[in-house]
Design a protein around this ligand. Structure first.
Ligand code: NI
Length: 265
């Protein structure tokens, strides 16, 4: 009798252990599904917001020259050159610098260039919380709107640092670039000029900084030559909306081919 009780006790313990193991296995299978669903739920909403600028009427051979981190003491010389060649460009300005030199930003806007947001203090998204990033972007947009009367639509993340989740969480139209001139790395007119000319192709978005004298000299040398090759130098919004293409939020646009439309990643 005692022996039978012992056996039954052992059997119950074994059965309970088996049941617990099964429950644990099921939990381990469910967790990844829940995580994927959470990520997807954050990704879906802003992908549905589309910007329709309308047909920009830009030709089949166009390039967007973009300048980050200004305004600076060199920006006005660049604006003079752009006016001389009747070229349009995009300036991703830093809010704190724009605040100190509002007249330069106002002139760029009045001259017909696009003013984009490069955050208020050049914040690194990889090292910041979502709240810090949102506040910094809003502060940058507020400064630009105060100066130009127009709220910037486009954002370029400092250093290009923005991860997939942030792209989806931030309600912004992102512009990256197809070509960097590496003018931050090598401040030499010839080097920057050659980079521009080598990488010039239809739909290119070229990254430069209007904070360097060598960049201004190089780009003003390149502009008439690019125009001679038949390129139209346009703003990023004009380039991205060629052929009436719509622009989606949360997508890092890098170029815009005439026949393929805006290209991300
Ligand atoms: Ni920057």
């Amino acid at each position: 009798m005692r022996r039978t009780e012992l056996c039954s006790d052992l059997y119950m313990k074994k059965a309970n252990k088996k049941r617990m193991n099964k429950i644990l296995e099921e939990i381990l299978i469910i967790i990844p599904f829940v995580l994927v669903l959470c990520i997807l739920s954050r990704c879906i909403p802003n992908g549905t917001v589309r910007l329709n600028i309308g047909e920009s009427g830009i030709s089949e051979k166009a390039i967007a020259l973009t300048f980050d981190d200004g305004p600076s003491g060199y920006t006005e010389e660049l604006l003079d050159g752009l006016a001389l060649y009747e070229a349009r460009a995009t300036f991703f300005v830093i809010g704190s610098k724009a605040e100190k030199n509002p007249e330069i930003v106002k002139r760029a806007y009045d001259d017909g260039h696009l003013i984009g947001n490069h955050t208020y203090s050049h914040i690194d998204f990889y090292k910041s919380t979502l709240t810090e990033i949102e506040e910094n972007i809003t502060k940058g947009s507020d400064v630009i709107e105060e100066i130009t009367g127009s709220r910037p639509l486009f954002l370029r993340a400092p250093y290009g640092n923005v991860n997939f989740i942030q792209l989806k969480q931030l309600d912004s139209f992102f512009v990256h670039w197809s070509t960097s001139t590496y003018d931050w790395f090598k401040e030499e007119e010839d080097y920057i000029y050659k980079r521009i000319m080598k990488e010039a192709k239809d739909g290119a978005i070229i990254l430069m900084h209007d904070t360097r004298e060598a960049t201004i000299k190089a780009v003003l040398r390149a502009i008439p030559e690019l125009q001679e090759q038949g390129y139209e130098l346009v703003r990023v919004d004009e380039l991205l909306s060629r052929n009436g293409a719509k622009i989606k939020m949360g997508v890092p646009y890098r170029s815009c081919k005439y026949d393929r439309g805006a290209v991300a990643f």
